[in-house]
Design a binder for this molecule. Sequence first.
Ligand code: ADP
Ligand code: MG
Length: 411
Amino acid sequence: MNFEQLGLAPALLRAVGDMGLFAPTPIQAEAIPAVLRSADVWATAPTGSGKTLAFALPLVQQHVLQPRQTNFRRPIRTLVLVPTRELAVQVGDILSNLAYKPGLKVSVVYGGVSINPQMMGLRGGADIVVATPGRLLDLVDHNAVHLGNVQHLVLDEADRLLDLGFADELQRVLALLPPKRQTLLFSATFAPEVEALAANLLRDPVRITVEAFEGHKPDITQRAIAVDEKSRTALLRHLIADNSWKQVLVFVATRYACEHVANKLYKAGIYATPFHGEMSQGARQDVLHDFKAGRWDVVVTTDLASRGIDIAMLPVVVNYDLPRSATDYTHRIGRTGRAGAHGDAVSFVTAEALAHWKLICKRESLELALEQIAGFDPTDEPPAPQGNGGIKGKRPSKKDKLRAAAAQERP
Ligand code: ADP
Ligand code: MG
């Protein structure tokens, strides 16, 4: 299979060639013809498998083939929604690059930065808008965007946009769009909870599932190491030194932990820095830029960085704290092993988190031996079973623990 066989116009074939791409990935081979036919598409394909171009190439082609009617004000014809600001920038760059020669205008809008330049940028409209939902709605409220002409809607990381955190904003955006449109959903995961919502958004969709079987699945060596909670930073330092790791993405549970762990590593002489949602947008962008350029060896982050972010050749992901769900696990480790590269993913498993880890393994059909590293043998006992009972995959919260302690103290 090559790009020529997919029905792409010469201008886009040239763009693909300029990017140094030889052949479409499986998701591109399946999705591009479907999008060109104007079908709704519901696509599941592994992390790092090239989903962005699978929608970006055919959408830009649709714009080229159907020139807009007026030069006076460009109606927004394509809207791409993404869950994080960094992903908006990344997807926006790819679309801008493709849209440049055909003279299409791409606007990228996201929160955390001043709204005025974005409003100025949208004067005269835009052909394609890439947005995080919150800022898009702010711009609607400022009368800076009109969504009544949108013909193509993309939800990238669609399951994340469909989950509770974005539900209200997404409904508000959808209400502003024409009902007759092409809708495209892309993600590496669709948990059962969001399947009905996804199906509801689509009309007679082409369902594309690129299975994560051998050959298509990302080449990621996964490991799990048993370690005491208090020894994790020391173990991380040891692994970094022992394996001469450069460019390590470390996931922790909270913003506070990002600061704390990064600080401890930095004091130990490792170029580590935090990356989380409480930092200014400028600082966030600087960290990501400098990390990609190899100026930081370690970035300690929350699930903010778990979705979509494409760092070429990122070699190692560490789960210092385990993710909340198997879905988050898939996305976190998927920051490595992208575009056919090899990656390593290491998860720290404390006694307290063991039951949760087993659940993740079960859901992911993972069979990993729990390793022990000499000098870091765990001594913590697993906690006694406690009353968070039926909630699958939920670690006991502080409140749960307090409740359990209180219950034990009662006569
Ligand atoms: P996904 O959205 O599926 O996680 P991306 O669209 O971010 O993946 O692409 C991951 C990487 O694969 C990017 O660095 C991209 O440049 C690269 N890539 C995309 N398409 C191809 C292709 N056809 N051949 C080789 N590399 C590709
Ligand atoms: Mg993606």
